[in-house]
Structure formats: C-alpha cells, structure tokens
Design a protein around this ligand. Structure first.
Ligand SMILES: *Cc1c(COP(=O)(O)O)cnc(C)c1O
Length: 434
C-alpha cells in the first residue's frame, strides 16, 4: 500500500516509511491511497467472531500487503490481550468501554500496535540501529506509549512531561517502568515539552547522532488500529440484536479515534451516522456550523485529554471526504459541553442508571441524550476508566471510585525520572551523551 500526504507536497511513501517517519516531509499526515472494502460475508458472520479475530481481518485489509501474515497475526494478538465490552446504560444508549487495556486508556491499542510494527520494520532493516522515540505528554499519551513500548527491543522511549502538572497516577504509569523507558521531568509546562521534542527532530547534529521518531497520534500505526474497536462494537450489537440505525458517538480531542471509526465506515461498517462530542474546545463543532476551520489556543477543561485547539486529524477527515463540508456534515454531527454541563451529566447519569461516567465519556453520553432521533440506537465510547480521574469523579459524584488492581500496581513502583530544564541546549546535551 502506498501512502500520500494530506498536503500533497511530499513523495509517496510505503508503510515502513510512514510508520518510521510519522509526519510527511511537507508536514502533512499520511493517508492510504486505497481503503479496501470488507466482504459481505465478513459482516454476516461478524457476531460469531472474537475481538481478536475481527481485528486481524481489519488489520489485514490495511497492512496485509506490507507485513508478513504470521507477523501481523502476532502483532494483533499481542496488542489485544484484553476485552472491549459493550454494555447497555439505559433505553437505547449503550457504552463501548475502551478502557480495559494495560493503562486503562484506549490509546493502549495504538501504542502497542505501533511499537510492535516499528520493531518489525527495524528487524527487517537488520542494521541493528536503535530507534529512539520521543514523546511529550500531559498525561495519558505518555503512559500508553511507555507501556506499549516497554520491553520492545531495539527501541528506547523518552517521555517528556511537565513537572507537577500530571496526576500522581499518570506519573507513576511512566516513571516506574525502567528498562527501555526513560521519563524526563521538565521544569515547565506541556508546551515546553512539546517544543523540546520538535526542536530535537529538527536538530541536524542530534539526528546524525541517533535515530529519532515520534509516537503521537498522527502516526498511521497509532490511529488506524483504533478502527478495531468499532468493528467489535458492531459485532457485539449484532449479538444483542440492536444493530439497526446505529449512531456512534466519540468524545474527541485530536480526532484520531473518530477518524479510525470513519475509516471503518469506509470499509463498509454499517454505522448510520457519527457524533463527535467535544468539551468547551469546539473547533470542529464550529466547523460543522460554518464550514470554516479556525484553530484556537486550547482551553483547560475537566475532560483534559480533549483540550485541543487545533485537532491534528482534522486534515485526514477533510481529505477523506474530498474537502467537502456537505459530505462531512451529512455523516458527522457535533456537540460541545462546558465543565458545568459535564458535571451535571455525570450526576444525572449516575443517579438515573448507576453508571459512573468519567468527564470524557460524559460528553459522549450527553451528546446521545441530546442528539438521538426516534428509532436510532446510540453507542458512545467511554474513553477512560473513571478511576483515572478519581479526584474529579469522587468530588462530583460524592463517591469513592475503586482503583483497579492494575492501576494500583503502578503506584507501588519507585518513581525514577531525569530532571531537565526547558532549555533545548540542556536537552540536546543530555541526548548526545546517550
Ligand atoms: C486521547 C483521549 C481522548 C481524545 O481522543 P482523540 O483521538 O485525540 O480524539 C478522549 N478521551 C480520553 C480519555 C483520551 O485519553
């Protein structure tokens, strides 16, 4: 499969290059030149297939031309060592729980898949040169990437995070691992971490010294595997007999997750329409209303993993539908919620149904409450385990959310991190010594 850049100014790449480089030379996002439709028989039998079997079929349609079948099978089964259940919350509203992975984040799937695919390509190169992944995080991405890449030989990961600005649970998830994961505690804010990473990619001397790559959601190997979730959701809805008039609602920030769902739709997944649920960062919502895409600085909200003022995967969605506002808004609608509305939704849902929403999932649930039409059945993604946002959830619902063993285990480890200033010269000196 060939991959082109959404900016159309970069050379066509193969999968190997798209995964190793992440972003195209013209700073566009890589898109597959074709999206293969899956056969009718697949959808007719999907309810009899497991999450892993479904995922392998989907992965094969995207990556099968470029990856040895046994290796791809291995990568998919290693990535999906957990379940992805669908549960009824009330009436015609269902939740698709995406938080059963190793760090209880939906990003676990893309992070692990990318780590294993990158490893596959490094081994193919056979030069034995270590690849170094740099990732800046305000919390969730760092833990998913660090755990996804943990113990994968040939790759070293540097997680840069702002000192004192990530939650204690999140910090434990990437500072206690050791092995091929180094946590770097930057005396600054998230933007400083991101600037250090960007400068490192552009520094010629550093790139001579070591092979650098990024693991953020613009990478095709990170966002595409999220399509597995949506095929599985459909299968489980067929199983429970509620697969007609399906509306899929995705709490969105950088729009990688919903973009994967839309790729699934292009492959033939029978979803009637989509809703992108936003917090107060309403750039996509405004685009749907006006046809104008106007990025803004992000606003801090309760659902902080969606605090994005310039969603990177918008470029992919725009390209996928031929830059047509009409086509985009006929398939996807939007919703936007303030922190106050998120709080009210969490309370109302808990009182009415007993289901504990986290602030991100709350946007999805409310968008279905507000947007479902007669006869439609809605499935919203619950993108984070409520214990990940324990302080907020406990306070809003006046409860004491139980911390799952898997999360608690991280908190027993010893924190290890390298202190760093936000000055690029210091970071560069540090990397040159590695
Ligand atoms: C990353 C994240 C999102 C946003 O996903 P995108 O793919 O960036 O749209 C939503 N909720 C949670 C909990 C997340 O961690």
């Amino acid at each position: 499969m060939k991959y082109y850049s959404t900016n159309n100014q970069a050379p066509i790449a193969d999968l190997h290059k798209a995964v190793v480089k992440g972003l195209a030379e013209d700073r566009g996002l890589y898109m597959p030149e074709r999206i293969n439709k899956l056969p009718k028989e697949f959808f007719e039998n999907i309810n009899k297939m497991s999450f892993q079997e479904i995922a392998y079929t989907v992965a094969n349609a995207f990556f099968g031309e470029d990856v040895d079948p046994d290796a791809l099978h291995d990568i998919v089964y290693d990535t999906l060592s957990f379940d992805c259940p669908v549960a009824k919350v009330k009436d015609n509203i269902y939740t698709l729980e995406l938080f059963h992975g190793p760090t209880l984040a939906f990003k676990d799937v893309g992070a692990r898949f990318m780590a294993r695919l990158l490893q596959y390509f490094i081994r193919q190169e056979g030069k034995g040169q270590q690849v170094n992944v740099l990732v800046a995080t305000s919390g969730d991405t760092g833990s998913a990437v660090a755990n996804g890449f943990l113990g994968v030989d040939g790759i070293h990961v540097y997680v840069l995070y702002p000192k004192g600005k990530v939650s204690p649970i999140q910090e434990c998830q990437f500072t206690t691992l050791g092995k091929n994961i180094t946590a770097i505690e930057v005396d600054g804010v998230f933007d400083d971490c991101q600037a250090l990473v960007k400068n490192a990619f552009m520094d010629a001397e550093l790139n001579q010294h070591m092979k650098l790559t990024s693991a953020n959601s613009i990478n095709v190997a990170r966002f595409l595997p999220q399509a597995f979730y949506y095929f599985n959701a459909y299968a489980r809805m067929v199983e429970n007999g509620n697969n007609e008039e399906l509306v899929m609602c995705v709490p969105s920030g950088n729009f990688g997750n919903i973009c994967a769902a839309l790729f699934g739709h292009e492959m033939g997944l029978p979803i009637k329409r989509f809703i992108a649920a936003n917090n107060a960062n309403d750039i996509f919502y405004k685009y749907l209303q006006t046809g104008k895409y106007e990025p803004k600085p992000s606003k801090q909200t309760l659902a902080n993993a969606m605090d994005v003022g310039d969603p990177s995967n918008f470029a992919r969605i725009y390209d996928l539908y031929g830059k047509s506002h009409e086509r985009i808004k006929s398939l996807i609608s939007g919703a936007t919620y303030s922190d106050e509305q998120i709080r009210q939704t969490m309370k109302a849902c808990y009182d009415e149904t007993g289901y504990i929403l986290d602030p991100h999932g709350a946007c999805g649930y409310q968008a279905l409450e507000d947007g479902l039409k007669e006869g439609e059945i809605g499935v919203f993604c619950e993108t984070a385990h409520p214990a990940k946002f324990k302080e907020k959830v406990d306070e809003i619902l006046s409860i004491d959310v139980e911390i799952p063993d898997r999360l608690a285990a991280f908190m027993k480890g010893t924190k290890q991190s390298v202190p760093m200033t936000k000055d690029f010269a210091d970071f560069k000196q540090y990397l040159l010594k590695q």
